[in-house]
Ligand binder design. Sequence first.
Ligand code: BDP
Length: 702
Amino acid sequence: MNLKAIAKCLMTGLFSCTLLSCSNVEQPADSNGHSLWFHSLNGDEPFRFVTEENPSTLSILANELSQNWKQKEPVIVKFNDHQKLLANDGYTLYWLHDTVWVQANTPIGALYGVYDLIRRQETGNLPKHVKDMVQFTEVPAYDYRVLNHWDNPNLTVERGYAGRSLWKWDELPGNIRPEYEEYARANASIGINATVLNNVNADPCMLTREYLLKVKALADLFRPYGIHVFLSVNFAAPKHLSDLGTSDPLNKNVRDWWNAKAKEIYSLIPDFGGFLVKANSEGQSGPQDYGRTHADGANMLARAVAPYGGIVMWRAFVYAASSPDRAKQAVEEFMPLDGRFDDNVIIQIKNGPIDFQPREPFSPLFGQMQKTRVMAEMQITQEYLGHSNHLVFNLPTWKECLDADTYMHGPDYSVYYITSGKKPFHELSAIAGVANIGDSVNWCGHHFAQANWYAFGRMAWNPQLSAEQIAEEWIKQTFTSNKKFVRNVKEIMLTSRETNVNYEMPLGLHHTFSGAGHYGPGPWEGSSRPDWSPKYYHKAAADGVGFDRSDKGSNAVEQYNEPLRSLYNDPESCPDELILWFHHLPWDYKMKSGRTLWDELCYKFQCGIDKTRSYIRTWEKMRPYVDEKRYNDVYVKLVRQAKDAIWWRDATMLYFQTFSGMEIPSKYTQPQHTLDELQKFRLRISNYETPALDKLPDYTLE
Ligand code: BDP
């Protein structure tokens, strides 16, 4: 019965009819969220994997079809080596003579095609009337679509908020948990084809024989799902694991050590992907310890893996304590080395110049390196976005970076264009996401955090898919295709990123986090290292707020190509959402809206607060369509998110008030705690914990 009919029943007094129709809504069975986006296929029933000892990609494919293809048309899989278009894991699906054909060059391409078919079926996107031939061809945008796990051998996960590490190093290689294969299947279903198993702050032990055998066990399991295993390596490994006493990349013995290590790895794992390296950053060792450059270090490792087809992903996340503007450092350190990296080195650059903030401009390094392969690193785990307590669908942040035009040689040089292999020197392309996966039953801590894993994979396959399409696919497969549910939940997801920016750091503010776990606000905090303190970033003072990166300040704008340089340089033309990133402005500065900067900040925070409350109300209406368990899990976290939104506003604006002397307008939610109370509050969590909901400042939601 539709709404109009219900209204008519009410008007004509047929009330019992309405009640009857409501009680007919069947409550879905409880779910713990373990089945991810396969939920619509068989609820929480465990998937039956191929029982053979070493299943091949083709047996996995056949198994998926036999368990999940529910249509009457048969599916035929066809291989055709001559289809150049289909290189790199691509496939074609077509419907002809009441038969569905999956055409690919390789078994893994065909498996991707089968997952696509099943996705179309589950999201209601199969062609309806197949009179003429219908055809879809899909080729991934990036060669390597990589998850970076920041997992440690002691089972903690740096910035991981979903329990402990999925990899039970202490049990491997003997004990193979079912989750390992579930993980591989989930990744394959969204096109992810590479995984870096361990933390970029790498423990040298990962390269010992003992650990390599554990890594091999996982690689063997992942192989038929098309997933290449990589390792993060500690640059000082030769010094730690041998008696060489040095890790100097120009030392012959050190180079021999790495060559021998690569040979050993490839003898165990022939399709090993290569190395990810964090060097000379945040205390990690690197070539600069020996007076050498990033290129010297990267090329040494690249030459060790080159004979086997391996690659090196070398991170550009570098900064020194002494830097007057940390945002400038990657360009300063890497630009002089442009063109000096070997062909199998790719520089891995975080989306923004600082560190995965709710909003940053794209890293200017993308628009500068012209003779070096570059890739983007996104953060899936919500280090700065309320951990696994907040619902934040972060795909819009990543797309904002990929869609940004760098103007490298004039217009139409987006980050996507530059990184996806469109340029001649760029045959090698990759994109990475820092994983949000742990051993918690629902994999990611928050049921909606699964959407970020899903979205990263789908975007890495095709960055041109809209956030709306990806969100909708995920909702339908994870919950239900009920129209009302899809429409409402999609609205929450698609607005959640901007909401998060508004309640945490609007108008280009950044890093106002408390150092304790990067969860709550701490704008008043200082630090032994200035660039680790919020004060360094917001620069709030009597004369105003914001970091002056214009040509009158640190001149970081200079690292952007025109017309961006001029656009960002002038507060009149700088987009509002980045204005305090690039400018230090008086509290009464007149914004484009006509409001003063102070009022605009109050307004933006209030938008964030209001929106988090609206999510609670929307979710309450979704109750009939979602199982009790997931409904409640999400509900309590939405409530906490709304409270945290007020906490963020109170902490930031009450602290800024000590400089501005201005009031929070009475039409807005008024603070419930004093600045003093908030400053006394201490959150004690490590960098691999998310705070318990009842350990956070108390707030009342009216
Ligand atoms: C920062 C994290 C830190 C990581 C570092 C990195 O706070 O834990 O080690 O990035 O990316 O976001 O290396």
